[in-house]
Design a binder for this molecule. Structure first.
Ligand SMILES: NC(=O)C1=CN([C@@H]2O[C@H](COP(=O)(O)OP(=O)(O)OC[C@H]3O[C@@H](n4cnc5c(N)ncnc54)[C@H](O)[C@@H]3O)[C@@H](O)[C@H]2O)C=CC1
Ligand SMILES: CC(C)CC(=O)C(=O)O
Ligand SMILES: [Mg+2]
Length: 361
């Protein structure tokens, strides 16, 4: 019977709506398995800018530091989109990832059998897809030197910079995960053009051939991979790639799973706390209307149980509850195909929580 402290950072837009459902599900897990989860809310993103002027206030960092894991919703929205503003909501999230050195972002993409019909792709393409993206999260273009605008405002740049050490540690983690799966590792880069990608490919090749000779390793250029991902997704197992490529490819991969609202993520460093958040953003177009799909956030809570607390049976109970509720026909609007029961964010969370509480296995 464990006791775990969780920092909850709801953020903006649909963030508070989906994190509330992930908390509801964790509470159900606590009741069913006899654990105590202690939740402490803190501000991040636009909500934090409004309240304190900073997208990542020191109190939030301190709260996270004193927690075993962090559950986050999403940040950003039109209210804070002024390009001349001195601070932006996204800086809060990037700052949090950097502060805890969360260099590996695990983004599993699984197609639930009940949702095969929810994607515009052919059934034979998506059935059985089970991918794990490992996205480097604290380097590359999102963290390299940048110039917002030159003196005349007519020039700007961002820099993709990687060191051997940054590549080695994320590739090792991806390779270890591949070992526990189908032993297939795909590294995605743009080595025909980018120097950082050539280093990425060289280091990946060395690490995997030397330390993981049992894995099948292939290198694929990112533009072609974007095409393979929707033509033959079942051909891949673990995909490791740099920060921005991973960001873009996983939004694309959400089409396989049926919706942006379906994908979870776990951001891990060498030590706790890890950060657990859905892949999607703050979805201002549907915020505040009980329309958001909370499954990405709920599956992120499952990843928290697995990776932060080593509670594998509990993680599986959440994943099985999601699967069962989808099989039973529950659908939020984004995954509805016309024949199933359309429910709101809260009803979907409640159904999954009830399933966890009342299902024996
Ligand atoms: N991790 C984060 O906090 C992220 C934040 N953002 C921010 O979010 C804001 C909106 O960005 P967008 O480009 O619109 O991306 P988005 O991911 O918020 O939304 C893209 C589309 O997917 C839909 N969608 C997203 N999550 C959904 C859910 N749970 N259920 C049902 N539908 C869902 C939205 O309604 C929208 O049509 C921006 O301010 C952006 O900077 C974007 C990506 C990640
Ligand atoms: C800083 C985030 C807004 C970047 C992003 O889209 C993501 O991590 O998914
Ligand atoms: Mg993204």
């Amino acid at each position: 019977m464990g006791r775990f402290v969780i920092a909850v950072l709801p953020g903006d837009g649909i963030g508070p709506e989906v994190t509330a459902e992930a908390v509801r599900v964790l509470e159900a897990v606590g009741r069913r398995f006899g654990h105590t989860f202690e939740f402490h809310e803190a501000l991040i993103g636009g909500a934090a800018i409004d309240a304190t002027g900073s997208p990542l206030p020191p109190e939030t960092l301190e709260r996270c530091r004193r927690s075993d894991a962090i559950l986050l919703g999403a940040v950003g929205g039109p209210k804070w989109d002024d390009p001349t503003a001195p601070v932006r909501p996204e800086q809060g999230l990037l700052g949090l990832r950097k502060a805890f050195d969360l260099f590996a972002n695990l983004r599993p993409v699984r197609v639930f059998p009940a949702l095969v019909g929810a994607t515009p792709l052919k059934e034979r393409v998506v059935r059985g897809v089970d991918l794990l993206f490992v996205r480097e999260l604290t380097g590359g273009l999102y963290f390299g030197p940048r110039q917002e605008a030159g003196p005349d405002g007519e020039e700007a740049y961002d820099t993709m910079r990687y060191t051997r050490w940054e590549i080695e540690r994320v590739v090792r983690l991806a390779a270890r995960l591949a070992r526990g799966r189908r032993k297939q590792l795909t590294s995605v880069d743009k080595a025909n053009v980018l120097a950082a990608s050539r280093l990425w490919r060289r280091v990946t090749e060395e690490v995997v051939r030397r330390e993981f000779p049992d894995l099948a390793l292939e290198h694929v250029l990112v533009d072609a991979f974007a095409m393979h991902l929707i033509r033959r997704p079942a051909a891949f197992d673990v995909v490791v790639t740099e920060n921005m490529f991973g960001d873009i490819l996983t939004d694309e991969a959400s089409v396989l799973a049926g919706s942006m609202g379906m994908l979870p993520s776990a951001s891990l460093g060498e030590s706790p706390p890890g950060l657990f958040e859905p892949v999607h953003g703050s979805a201002p177009d549907i915020a505040g209307r009980n329309l958001a799909n909370p499954i990405g956030a709920i599956l992120s809570a499952a990843l928290m149980l697995r990776y932060a607390f080593s509670l594998e049976a509990e993680a599986r109970a959440v994943e099985q509850a999601v699967e069962a509720i989808l099989e039973a026909g529950y659908r939020t609007r984004d995954i509805a195909d016309g024949e199933t029961c359309i429910v709101g964010t809260r009803e979907m969370g409640e159904a999954i929580a009830q399933r966890i509480l009342h299902c024996a296995s």
